[in-house]
Design a protein around this ligand. Structure first.
Ligand code: ADP
Length: 406
């Protein structure tokens, strides 16, 4: 039987999971537990034959839900568990084998991700109790960006705030950006050169990568900074907070809710946070949807161009995430505003690339000029696959060199 890694992404009210075989072409059963913390949690699971089932988990907490997941995965049991952990602060620069000290380290990063890290820890503690014999690995969203130079990760605020409170830019979506970086090195003749990667899903971030290392990224201390997202604002004037508090009487919680839950595509369109809805509505002339698309694409173009400043040379641009992989409109619109970088999109390749497939969508291959243009790629992301590989490699290394934990 083929070995598998169980990948867990544990939130406060949900657990996403996938049993990832180490042989790439094998099916990947997985699913989701929703509504944890309510009286009616539900487990939705797709098995290795693609058959979907749903189970009520009345009264289940995180450990009970985790047990149910393992029971329903059937005969295939994992050889290790890889946990997605949102914030690793400055301590965790790579995936790490979990022990008590690592749990303590993740807890210490809670002030930087108060909603996410406690939920990730719930998942880790539940699986450690249930499967004490299985090695467990934490794979951090922030770790890939720990290579950023200081001038990219520091805010221009008093140094003391960085030294005492760790206030700096960390970046997120690390597993996705790392996976796309690895894939570009395999796919492109330009290898691990200079790339700008746009991960555009419900959350959106872009990263500049030079020779496989993150040099700068659009998200900051929290995943609110940077690009326009489904319901998150991305960059706003920091003076906005004071204005809303002093002039409009808003509380800090109201401001936080507005920026995280009611802004972005949702806030501008007044219609939906979902790009598919907005493309359809814009097509029918909905003014809010059109504006939301315009703002999204313009900010995206501006950020991609700005990130090229982090690179000695721009070899190409890659799109991923639900929007990046599936929206020719967003790709074309953003690239059309980046003339200074001279991208040369093939309209036909952009439109005709099959949904969910990998491909190059620029014209440069047939270009008979000597000018080197950036390549443009679409690559479906695979965060679960990346977490599984990091987990398996670390477990292997530890088996051969028991002192190695990262
Ligand atoms: P998450 O960040 O939650 O993993 P996804 O990566 O699945 O989210 O991305 C969700 C986004 O992708 C939504 O805005 C959705 O509308 C968009 N999307 C998915 N398919 C399409 C499509 N065919 N055309 C345009 N947008 C799409």
């Amino acid at each position: 039987m083929n070995d598998c890694i169980l990948v867990i992404n544990c939130g406060s009210s949900s657990i996403k999971f996938a049993l990832v075989p180490l042989q790439a072409d094998h099916p990947r059963p997985g699913g989701l537990v929703e509504r944890l913390g309510t009286s009616e949690p539900v487990l939705k699971i797709t098995d290795e034959n693609g058959i979907r089932q749903q189970f009520d988990l009345a009264g289940a907490d995180h450990p009970a839900a985790m047990k149910a997941i393992l029971e329903h995965l059937g005969e295939r049991q994992p050889i290790a568990i890889g946990h997605r952990v949102v914030h690793g602060g400055e301590r965790f620069k790579s995936a790490t084998l979990i022990d008590d000290d690592v749990i303590d380290g993740i807890r210490k990063c809670t002030s930087l991700a108060p909603l996410h890290n406690p939920a990730n820890l719930d998942g880790i503690e539940a699986t450690r109790r249930l499967f004490p014999e299985l090695p467990q690995v934490a794979v951090f969203d922030t770790a890939f960006h720990q290579t950023m130079p200081e001038h990219a990760y520091r805010y221009a605020i008093p140094t003391e705030l960085y030294q005492k409170h760790g206030i700096r830019r960390y970046g997120f979506h690390g597993s996705s950006h790392a996976y796309i970086t690895e894939r570009l090195a395999e796919l492109s003749e330009r290898g691990t050169g200079g790339w700008v990667i746009a991960h555009l899903g419900n959350g959106c971030s872009a990263t500049a990568v030079w020779q496989g290392r993150s040099m700068d990224t659009s998200m900051g201390m929290t995943p609110l900074e940077g690009l326009v997202m489904g319901t998150r604002s991305g960059d706003v004037d920091p003076g906005l907070h004071l204005h809303l508090a002093n002039q409009c009487g808003w509380s800090v919680q109201q401001i936080d809710q507005m920026l995280n839950k009611h802004s972005g595509l949702m806030g501008v369109s007044g219609l939906s946070p979902d790009m598919r809805d907005l493309e359809q509505a814009a097509d029918k002339g909905h003014a809010g949807a059109r504006l939301a698309l315009d703002v999204f694409c313009y900010r995206l173009a501006r950020t991609l161009a700005a990130l090229s400043c982090a690179l000695p040379r721009l070899d190409g641009i890659a799109f991923t995430g639900g929007i990046g992989e599936n929206s020719p409109l967003v790709r074309a619109r953003a690239l059309s505003m980046m003339n200074a970088l001279r991208p040369c999109l093939s309209a036909a390749a952009n439109e005709n690339l099959a949904r969910g497939s990998e491909g190059r969508i620029d014209q440069a291959r047939n270009d008979d000029t000597t000018e080197v243009r950036p390549e443009i790629w679409v690559i479906p992301t695979d965060e679960e696959g990346h977490i599984a590989r990091e987990t398996s490699e670390l477990v292997q290394t530890h088996a051969n060199h028991p002192e190695a934990r990262t």
